[in-house]
Design a protein around this ligand. Structure first.
Ligand code: SF4
Length: 194
């Protein structure tokens, strides 16, 4: 429980400091249309080779992803690389609420750093939604691996997803693209214009 509080406490500090620094949280007032519609996305979903093994999880041929890309509305992030981890790298899972790699080394600081950078980019662009890679210890939403490195899933979010949700950003995985598209259309003041 103490470890859990340390990570959650650090994420809460990051959240509060970014919220206060930027003070741009959408509250229903006027926000330029294009800024509202930008979407944060896990860069491995766009085909960038940033995964721990040097590969990717591309869904770049999906029609909605292509539409966003053509409109220049995607903001790709890889919190693990942005947080200072190399490609390739030893895989990490969440273990007792810390990010620990398969060799037993604690990478929580890098994960929190990457989460902070992702939220900073989201805030600067006025992002209200993100499409994040499922099951990842950084980007996963709803389910993550259990820390045994045996491909077992448990309920939970990756560290970046925890921070993005804390800020009120709506998270979708690559299995929820239809819902993501509906949410994206509903963000627009001029619905169905693109
Ligand atoms: S941290 Fe996120 S973006 Fe980077 S490889 Fe893992 S799932 Fe993909």
């Amino acid at each position: 429980m103490k470890e859990r509080n340390l990570v959650e406490g650090r994420l809460e500090e990051v959240h509060s400091s970014l919220r206060d620094n930027y003070n741009t949280k959408y509250t229903g007032g006027f926000v330029p249309l294009l800024l509202m519609k930008k979407v944060l996305i896990s860069s491995c979903l766009l085909g960038e080779n940033v995964k721990y093994d040097g590969g990717n999880n591309s869904i770049a041929d999906n029609h909605f992803i292509q539409k966003l890309k053509n409109l220049n509305l995607l903001i790709p992030v890889c919190p693990e690389v942005d947080g200072g981890l190399p490609i390739p790298r030893v895989p990490v899972e969440i273990m007792k609420n810390r990010a620990v790699n398969k060799e037993g080394l604690d990478k929580t600081a890098e994960f929190i750093n990457g989460a902070k950078r992702a939220l900073e980019q989201a805030i600067k662009a006025g992002v209200k939604m993100a499409i994040m890679k499922s099951k990842s210890p950084s980007c996963g939403s709803g389910q993550i691996y259990d820390g045994t490195f045996e491909r077992k899933l448990i309920s939970g979010d990756g560290i970046t997803t925890v921070l993005l949700k804390k800020y009120g950003i709506k998270i979708f995985t690559e299995y929820q693209i239809e819902e993501a598209e509906k949410f994206w259309k509903n963000q627009s003041f001029i619905k169905h214009s693109v």
